[in-house]
Design a protein around this ligand. Sequence first.
Ligand code: DAH
Length: 341
Amino acid sequence: MREKIEKLLLEVEQLAAKREQEIEEIRVRLLGKKGSITQLFDEFRNVLPEQKRELGQVLNTLKVSAQNKIEQLRAVLEESMESENPGFDLTKPGDSFELGTRHPISVTRGEILSIFSKFGYEVAEGPEIEDDWHVFGALNFPPEHPARDMQDTFFISDGENPVLLRTHTSSVQVRAMERMPLPIRIVCPGRVFRNEAISARAHCIFHQVEGLYIDKNVSFADLKQAVLLFAREMFGENASIRLRPSYFPFTEPSAEVDVSCNICGGKGCNICKGTGWLEIMGCGMVDPNVLEASGIDSKTYSGFAFGMGIERIAMLKWQVKDLRHYFENDLRFLKQFETVV
Ligand code: DAH
């Protein structure tokens, strides 16, 4: 034992280290739980009583000199850092990263999806690069429909079933009807693309959430109730809705949904242009042609669908007047949503 102690004493004297990590390794190797000095203290318990006094003293000397050496190595290292980098303050706390905030479009998307998940809707997603059949053909768009024009749609290839960037998330309805067992109750969030000039009210890329419910005996009253409950969850419990007749190729009948203006409470203000109402989505009963195109028996099943722009809902909720703010990543704009995360 004495030999071991003396060997270690010599070793301790000669210790050297250039980096903080090396010093820590030395400390663990000697004084850590399984360190060689710690082990000697374990062995010391078995030493004969008459040797205890003498061996105890040298063992303690070893421990103290190891501790001193480590401290000394640290001091030397700090000093050399200081002289190599004048003004280097080892005690200064590090710069912390500034926490980011969620983008208002993500926040709104999450809110819409969580409202519908409470009603039992599952989330379904589909590809952004689609074909003509899923974006138009299966949704009952006639071949000469203007949406199929190059002026409105970004085409990637031509031919019988051209490849294109989807112009709406209604394409995910079609994919769901093709593969999901009935009944279907889904919400489909996603990015959509339109060949539009960018302005305060239009963008060539934006986001939509599509909804679809197909079952036996689904009626227009069910649609109205789902939309009303959504409007109340999103815009407050006093929100009311009105439906205006409209036209979409994929629904019959079709309607546009307005929600009572959440700014003036329906009295009329500059946000709702004096009408007391704000348009929030399109909807309707799924056209039997659309059900049949995806192989669903329209005599047994019926359903409703709705589609809304996430940017539009977010603009109404926070009174954002220019759509372009959502895409410019100006932190002064984005940081305002910190508290709503
Ligand atoms: N796809 C429509 C659009 O992009 C929105 C829409 C309207 C979706 C009515 C629907 C619907 O499902 O029933 O403008």
